[in-house]
Design a protein around this ligand. Sequence first.
Ligand SMILES: *[C@@H]1O[C@H](CO)[C@@H](O)[C@H](O)[C@H]1NC(C)=O
Ligand SMILES: *[C@@H]1O[C@H](CO)[C@@H](O)[C@H](O)[C@H]1NC(C)=O
Ligand SMILES: *[C@@H]1O[C@H](CO)[C@@H](O)[C@H](O)[C@H]1NC(C)=O
Ligand SMILES: *[C@@H]1O[C@H](CO)[C@@H](O)[C@H](O)[C@H]1NC(C)=O
Ligand SMILES: *[C@@H]1O[C@H](CO)[C@@H](O)[C@H](O)[C@H]1NC(C)=O
Length: 560
Amino acid sequence: MKLTTSFASFLIVISTVFTLIDAVDSRRSFSPQSINLWRLEKREKASADSRKAPHIVLQDTGHDDFPSAATVSSRAPQFPEQHFTQPIDHHDHTLGTFSQRYWVNARHYDPGSGGPVIVLDGGETSGEDRLPFLDTGIVEILANATGGVGVVLEHRYYAGESIPVPDFSTDNLRWLNNDQAAADSANFMANVKFLDIDENLTSPHVPWIYYGGSYAGARAAHMKILYPELVFGSIASSAVTHAVLSNWEYYDVIRQAADPRCSAYIVNAIETIDILLEDPNVKDSVKELFGLKNLKHDDDFASVLGIPLEYWQGKNWDPAVGDTTFDEFCKALNKPIIGSAHIADLPVGHENRLLTLPWGSQVDFSFSNYARYIKENLVKSCLDANLTVEDCFGTYNDTAFLDTSLDQDWRPWTFQVCTEWGFFDTAPLDPTYPRIVSKLLTLDYASKICRQAYPPGKYFTVPPMPNITAVNALGGFAIAADKLAFIDGEVDPWRPCTPHSQYAKDREDTTLRPFKLIPCGVHHYDENGLPNIADEPPQIQKIHHEMINFVLEWLKDFKK
Ligand SMILES: *[C@@H]1O[C@H](CO)[C@@H](O)[C@H](O)[C@H]1NC(C)=O
Ligand SMILES: *[C@@H]1O[C@H](CO)[C@@H](O)[C@H](O)[C@H]1NC(C)=O
Ligand SMILES: *[C@@H]1O[C@H](CO)[C@@H](O)[C@H](O)[C@H]1NC(C)=O
Ligand SMILES: *[C@@H]1O[C@H](CO)[C@@H](O)[C@H](O)[C@H]1NC(C)=O
Ligand SMILES: *[C@@H]1O[C@H](CO)[C@@H](O)[C@H](O)[C@H]1NC(C)=O
């Protein structure tokens, strides 16, 4: 019976790793390897769709893990798509316009009451992916509590008609920047006319509360600083207000927050890998163990090993939307393959746990499990598509990153990363610091996509490294204002880039300047909700009630 159970869970691992991901929103730092992964997933999805595979395995819950457009469309009729005309360039109205999409929840709106309007910034993905927040998440919760109107506003360039250009060439991406996106939101708030609502609900006529998570969280904070006359209050969740080039702390949060046994396995495996890769006599055999002998570059190999870690961010308190890949990966590492089950309880590296590899090195059995996991999940997916591992996981063929068509939807966010945000995932800069990714993941490796994917255009050139000065000039860790709330997660890998960073000064949590940390929270845990708050876990109910309370308090200050 025991055997059957673990075999079954192993199968689950295989079927989840590659089928679930809608990578755009969650892996905010697109390394060149992530784009390969995006491509592999897209290919798998296409081939599964053509086989009309059952949708159980393919439910596109995503990394960031909210129901996909397909799941949402059953609800969409209650939120018909609406459009707002925006100039492509807010500094030069002669360049034409585009049609920015938005969706409205007016269920709780009390005509004549004068609002408020709760607007959620869609950030770096299709606005459709945010509709669950309009239906049962934070927008619904606040609209219900205030008798307000809820809105999801799609971000320029990320989907549908909100894409103002025919392709994602370097030149055509030049209107995708923080300044233009913030100006879109301001223009929208000041001028929108909602369908089927007679009242004039523009700002500053009525109070607007601006909400965003992650990148959009930083935008929510920035909007309060840049447009204080339009933004009555802002809620910045997991807001990455501090832009940085090398974001090695991302993986370090995971190392410290994961099950200590699992962390120890990964640290041990990576240390072993980094040593073995330096030995030209065994290097190829090591790669072969992982099924990656034919992957030419060692840093590409090292970056494939980091892929399972990226799923930490997809955890969620709601099992219906949370990603469990990280935990399954840990489970796979811990599965004894020699001796009896109890050796799993011995410390990593204990002699009873050691296996001898073909070339004589002795390694902990979790190392061998790591290799098997990569081989039987990631590599298998590639070989099943009849591709070579170099096709799937190589990142040195520039041509592979030059397709500018609109279906290359990794391009807009990577462009923003390459121009204004950074956040490149690297190993710790101090080589003696414990790490869960290889030291080969350098800033140069992680950022080379910026030099590969965006050749200089006629009107715009992507700088060799992003210029993060403008973002940080808005306040960085210290950004603050009245009626600007920060909500973060205790074990969010993005926490080091938020005002709850270990590098930021501590602040008081007040009604006027809320500053709240969700215990055991990962990435914007307050953004989704259940139809009935009382069904949510205690720490989520608590944050939702606190958010309702401070917003109601803020609204008392609104002067008509
Ligand atoms: C709403 O009211 C403001 C201020 O009174 C006005 O400037 C604006 O034109 C009105 N907007 C609409 C859509 O009626
Ligand atoms: C891969 O090749 C095999 C044998 O040629 C073929 O049967 C299979 O359909 C191919 N798979 C894909 C995904 O193209
Ligand atoms: C590089 O990528 C392009 C586009 O995907 C492909 O056509 C070409 O064969 C690749 N070159 C090599 C050497 O793999
Ligand atoms: C970076 O941006 C800042 C602020 O936008 C600007 O003043 C500075 O000149 C830029 N630096 C470079 C190297 O372009
Ligand atoms: C909506 O608000 C009412 C009263 O403010 C409250 O009783 C109810 O529980 C709320 N509904 C949800 C789903 O939060």
